[in-house]
Ligand binder design. Structure first.
Ligand SMILES: [Zn+2]
Length: 261
């Protein structure tokens, strides 16, 4: 969903926070015009009407690194990094990405219905992704939002994963004062808090490990997890008895793929 003018804040309180990601990018209309006329060979008048019809793709709106004609800047007086055009040529695009599924479907329909129609201010883009693509999208967002130099990132990654698993639970509250996350010897499902420790049922604990591994894969040699530093091989061996890989439809090939990202 993209809005060219942010006349009022969208009310997203009906959505579990783990299902919402917000993006913001600038588009340089001088660059767009140049691409349509110089590179694509449109006459100026045709270019103008094509540009009006053009709708940015989800990939363009949510790319971690913007490419021409898109650019990222928080500087109010920024000039276009490609053609140096001044501010009046720029339009800011705010994008809210809401993951579909049972916890969000009704609220999404209600939100879309309430959006102002005037001037095509808002645009709704829908895409279906398989579970695997959705998971890796979520993971990439998580990686960008975590500071891996901060000591608490392992707990933070675990909390984010649990929020994805159980969106209705208030995990900020559950994690208040938690200093340690452990594999539970008693629970077969769910979690429990005991003092400053949070115990997770083994399947959930294993999943948290793999998320930590994937988060840290680009940062260190061998992924860092609550169980120390593991190589991918060791991790997969530990997860062999967990149903994680099958349940998430992630194969070894995907893991190797994501290692290269
Ligand atoms: Zn430009």
């Amino acid at each position: 969903m993209a809005g060219t003018k942010k006349k009022r804040e969208l009310d997203l309180s009906a959505f579990p926070s783990s299902s919402v990601t917000e993006y913001s990018t600038l588009v340089c209309l001088a660059c767009v015009f140049d691409i349509f006329t110089t590179q694509l060979g449109f006459a100026p008048r045709t270019a103008y009407s094509e540009i009006r019809k053009y709708s940015p793709t989800i990939a363009e709106l949510t790319a971690p690194k913007a490419v021409r004609p898109f650019f990222d800047s928080n500087d109010k007086q920024a000039h276009c990094p490609y053609c140096n055009a001044a501010k009046r040529w720029h339009a800011r695009l705010e994008t809210v990405r809401i993951e579909g599924g049972k916890p969000t479907d009704a609220a999404r329909r209600a939100l879309i219905k309430k959006l102002p129609q005037k001037d095509n201010q808002f645009q709704v883009l829908e895409t279906t992704s398989d579970k695997r693509a959705t998971f890796f999208d979520w993971l990439d967002t998580l990686v960008r939002n975590l500071d891996l130099e901060e000591a608490g990132w392992l707990l933070e990654a675990t909390r984010a994963y649990l929020a994805r698993l159980e969106p209705k639970t208030n995990w900020n509250e559950v994690f208040e004062g938690v200093r340690m996350v452990r594999r539970s010897q008693r629970l077969s499902e769910g979690w429990e808090r005991e003092g400053s420790r949070l115990f997770l049922a083994p399947p959930i604990y294993n999943e948290a490990l793999i998320v930590q591994y994937l988060v840290s894969r680009s940062h260190v040699h061998g992924g860092q997890t609550l169980e120390g530093r593991l190589t991918l091989f060791e991790l997969i061996r530990r997860l062999r008895y967990s149903s994680y890989l099958d349940a998430k439809e992630i194969s070894g090939a995907d893991l190797r793929l994501s290692m290269r990202l």
